[in-house]
Design a protein around this ligand. Structure first.
Ligand SMILES: O=C(O)CCC(=O)C(=O)O
Ligand SMILES: [Fe+2]
Length: 286
């Protein structure tokens, strides 16, 4: 079932366009934006000025404690009942080898135009499969490798995952700032990252207001002051021929710009270690 969606040349990412319908997207966007603002937590974006804008997240399914144990809490019905996204993800077989055969933890991310997420690893608290569903706007998702010569060439510095906090393995290792793989995520799509792309690579989204394409599925990498990208300023979007949206497909093919709107994403993963018992007691709350 998944093989037909393999992003060519990757090991291994699967891009599934129209994973959800337009009606489901509309419903999910309404439910997500109705989530009370006090539940949203601010996270540093790639530009990460201490005073700069920060993207926001809500974690559902429970809290991940020290040592990567999930203290479970029920997910909202719009992730499990209508639409049954967890069941649908389970049906792709992407989670067939994961302990619960389906995600038990979902992070809802909100990105305003100009916001992204720094290259990071999701870390060892999760089974090494992640499914990300995009809503509301497109984004370009890059995968990066570590440099192995131990010398800092002015490359990006990896940070630990904003979403796992506990994972520090990547901190300070230098990262090739030219992505090894780039994929275009259109609204309603799912991208599933597995194997070496999960365990040995980083992923991130540039914090830009628009993406510039030069034709034949090639993206011009944004350059900011002090960025070192050698001679490379363009990358191939690996899945550009799989993009369904007419306007996006035209721009990918012929060149032009695509404005980022507000994007929500659902990052769905399986946390193998789950605490038994009552969440309120375990978290010391009443
Ligand atoms: O929003 C996305 O597409 C990626 C989010 C992400 O990498 C994460 O939550 O760990
Ligand atoms: Fe991530």
């Amino acid at each position: 079932m998944l093989d037909q969606y393999l992003v060519s040349g990757s090991s291994k990412a699967y891009y599934i366009p129209d994973f959800i319908s337009q009606d489901e997207e509309e419903y999910l966007l309404r439910k997500i934006t109705e989530t009370p603002r006090q539940k949203w937590k601010a996270l540093a974006t790639r530009s990460a000025s201490p005073f700069g804008p920060s993207k926001s997240v809500v974690r559902t399914g429970g809290e991940i404690m020290q040592k990567g144990t999930l203290v479970p809490q029920a997910m909202p019905p719009f992730l499990t009942t209508y639409p049954d996204l967890m069941g649908r993800l389970s049906g792709t077989s992407a989670f067939a080898s994961s302990p619960h055969q389906r995600p038990n933890h979902v992070i809802m991310n909100e990105y305003l135009p100009g916001q992204g997420i720094m290259p990071h690893e999701d870390g060892p608290s999760y089974h090494p499969v992640v499914a990300t569903i995009s809503l509301g706007s497109h984004a370009v998702f890059h995968y990066y490798s570590y440099r192995n010569d131990g010398v800092d060439h002015g490359a990006l510095n990896a940070s630990s995952s904003p979403s796992t906090r506990a994972h520090d393995a990547s901190r300070g290792r230098s990262v090739n700032d030219v992505p090894v793989l780039s994929v275009f995520l259109e609204p309603r799509s799912a991208i599933i990252t597995t194997d070496a792309l999960y365990t040995a690579h980083l992923h991130g989204i540039d914090d830009v207001h628009r993406d510039t394409f030069v034709g034949a599925g090639r993206l011009r990498l944004p350059r900011s002051e002090g960025d070192f990208k050698g001679d490379i300023d363009e990358v191939q979007i690996a899945n550009w021929r799989a993009v369904k949206d007419g306007e996006s497909a035209r721009v990918l093919e012929g060149g032009g710009e695509l404005e980022r709107g507000t994007r929500y994403s659902l990052t769905c993963r399986d946390v193998p270690k789950v605490a038994a018992g009552d969440a309120f007691r375990l978290l010391g709350r009443r």
